[in-house]
Design a protein around this ligand. Sequence first.
Ligand SMILES: [Fe+2]
Length: 137
Amino acid sequence: MDKSPFEIYETPDGSARFYFSHSDEKFTTGILVLQPGAALPKHNRPHAIENDVQIGGKCLMTIFGENENNQEVELSAAEGVGIPKGQWHIHGNPYNEVSVTLFKLEGDILEVMRILREMNKKVESNLEKNTHFPTTP
Ligand SMILES: [Fe+2]
């Protein structure tokens, strides 16, 4: 059993990291870090609303509409986007600095999480080692 309150995964090419702080059938939340030039594959979440808010750097969201009617939304710090269930989109970072995005998916993405854990490299944190400090007198 993983005792850490966080789960960290990196894509095989090292261009993206997912830092999860919570995931269950009701909601999943964490942070996405995209290196300059990185983009996640086009995806949708049929069972969850995806809320994203930018923390650092910028992110270019491509929202796919019908008949190639796509929309690009650039997120700067504190700006956000709410993506409805099933809406196809891409998170991209065509900029020169690292992009940091906080996400909260409201709904069940447990199957997505299962595949994500399988497809990506788990990053170990030293948090467990740094949990037991001597008590002060
Ligand atoms: Fe997404």
